[in-house]
Design a protein around this ligand. Structure first.
Ligand code: MF3
Ligand code: CO
Ligand code: CO
Length: 260
């Protein structure tokens, strides 16, 4: 039997709301430090310090052996890029920073894109379209709609732009655990999947590629997922609560949605 999708209580919702807000504020804080010449390790250290200063723990640290407090994924890296001191940001780079907090036992997960100096038109378009795809998915969130319609609208839009939609990584339920049921697909059939109900909390986090959709995992570190053709990839992520009226974007703190 498939794992149940948890309907959160008012108290749990408030806990995830606070953790999600902190995750959003972590991205807002780090945006000041994302500049040419800095290493991804440097950014990771600031992220860890900011979370701890605010009473939280970075959820990725030690998660299934993952060694760092954030994922920082440059250019052809789709997701799970491991921060390190040798990866230095350069003019023309695009990158995703993905942070997850545990605050009082509750998880909040969000990511956004950054760019360094002048980037190509196709890179800028990919970023803008990927954020748009995420918001199309978010607009499907309301009680009574099915999860498949999130992936349906994202997939349809991405295909209209001739992009590859990553299907090997998904969004996920979240709250009392990092990854809860269900898996939230970014490419799915219309009117398929479980039905959304008020009180469910999950992420929508499409990864969209300029070329082919397939990912390959780095054999040496076991984590870094890259596009198979070396072309660029972009991703945005929010943690979303289903409300009676539709949705609340729990990780939205404004400001860093620069491409919206
Ligand atoms: N934050 C990622 C997500 O959105 C998960 C990272 S797991 C890690 O689901 F182990 F790679 F950090
Ligand atoms: Co994430
Ligand atoms: Co996530």
């Amino acid at each position: 039997m498939e794992e149940q999708i948890i309907i959160k209580t008012a108290e749990q919702i408030e806990g995830v709301r606070r953790s999600s807000k902190l995750a959003g504020n972590t991205l807002k804080t780090i945006s000041e430090y994302v500049k040419e010449g800095v290493s991804t390790e440097y950014l990771d250290n600031i992220i860890e310090q900011y979370m701890r200063d605010n009473g939280a723990i970075p959820a990725t640290l030690g998660y299934n052996g993952y060694p760092k407090s954030s994922c920082i994924s440059l250019n052809d890296v789709i997701c799970h890029g491991i921060p390190d001191e040798k990866t230095i940001l350069r003019e023309g780079d695009i990158l995703n920073i993905d942070v997850t907090c545990i605050l009082d036992g509750y998880y909040g997960d969000t990511s956004t894109m950054f760019s360094i100096g002048d980037i190509s038109d196709e890179a800028a378009n990919l970023i803008e379209h990927t954020e748009h795809a995420m918001y199309l998915g978010i607009d499907q969130v309301r009680p009574g709609n099915c999860f498949g319609n999130i992936g349906y609208v994202i997939g349809k839009f991405a295909k209209s732009k001739k992009y590859g939609v990553v299907y090997e990584f998904c969004g996920h339920g979240i709250g009392m655990d990092f990854h809860e049921a269900p898996q939230v697909e970014h490419l799915s059939a219309r009117n398929s999947g479980a039905i959304m109900q008020s009180g469910m909390i999950f992420t929508i986090e499409p990864m969209i590629n300029l070329g082919k959709s397939r990912a390959k995992i780095d054999k040496r570190d076991g984590w870094t997922a890259r596009t198979i053709d070396g072309k660029l990839s972009a991703q945005f992520e929010h943690t979303i609560l289903v409300t009676d009226a539709g949705y609340e974007i729990l990780t939205d703190v404004g400001m860093y949605d620069i491409f919206k």
